[in-house]
Ligand binder design. Structure first.
Ligand code: PGA
Length: 244
């Protein structure tokens, strides 16, 4: 049985007052019986706020990145062990903005996933091709290379991760992959995960998910939910996506 999950990725957005309003609405309006687990990934300074606001709710929270290292001279980084002390359940790793802006390699992303898991945090490992890569017919090769590094690093623990397919050309652009385009890549990823003995991993789609397109995307056989950026900052949109 695969779990369904919707994850809000706030990115570098928010403030104490706006977060409080958003979290309040999620807590008062989301019912766990609605068939899908819900998580918000806030910027580091607001994780304590998310922890407090969500404490008695069914909504989990997570970080948007985590260090590959346990401790030491890594100025500005945060370890999985620190996050878990506060009850952090998830950490996004390998988001395309980290891969591109911070030049994170496939191996580094895989090491981050490993560090998260060893502290008891579920990594949400992201893969996805750029528009140039898609146009050059390299989508499968790119996502397989990115996934391959994670498979190699995690071994039997692979079954404990969440995977997210996020085509870079669909992130924040308003240009969503069609349900068929998403399903095609998800099926390829699922086949590879099945070979690696992790067939039931939750595979999320991300990239301009909105209330208006969520149901069609989530209806696809291998799409188990969404990783939602912009629309997760709006309570009405995010709740509608979670219920889609
Ligand atoms: P978007 O972002 O929903 O704003 O396209 C998704 C993501 O980057 O995780």
């Amino acid at each position: 049985m695969r779990t369904s999950l919707v994850v809000g990725n706030w990115k570098m957005n928010g403030g104490l007052a706006t977060n409080a309003r958003l979290l309040d609405r999620l807590v008062s309006e989301w019912r766990p019986s609605e068939g899908r687990a819900l998580t918000v990934c806030a910027p580091y300074p607001y994780l304590g706020q998310a922890q407090a606001a969500l404490a008695s709710s069914a909504i989990a929270w997570g970080a948007q990145d985590v260090s590959a290292h346990a401790a030491g001279a890594f100025t500005g980084d945060v370890s999985a062990g620190m996050l878990v002390e506060f009850g952090c359940r998830y950490a996004i790793v390998g988001h395309s903005e980290r891969r591109h802006i911070h030049r994170e390699s496939d191996v580094e992303v895989a090491q981050k996933a490993k560090a998260a898991l060893s502290a008891g945090i579920t990594p949400i490992a992201c893969v996805g091709e750029t528009l140039a890569e898609r146009d050059a017919g390299k989508t499968e090769a790119v996502v397989m290379r990115q996934l391959g590094a994670v498979v190699e690093a995690l071994g039997a623990d692979l079954a404990k991760i969440v995977l997210a397919y996020e085509p870079v050309w669909a992130i924040g652009t308003g240009r969503t992959a069609t349900p068929a385009q998403a399903q095609e890549v998800h099926a390829t990823l699922r086949a590879e995960l099945t070979k690696a003995r992790a067939p039931n991993i939750c595979i999320l789609y991300g990239g301009s998910v909105k209330a208006a397109n969520a149901a069609a995307l989530f209806a696809m056989t291998d799409v188990d939910g969404g990783l939602v950026g912009g629309a997760s900052l709006d309570a009405d949109e995010f709740l509608a996506i979670a219920r889609a």
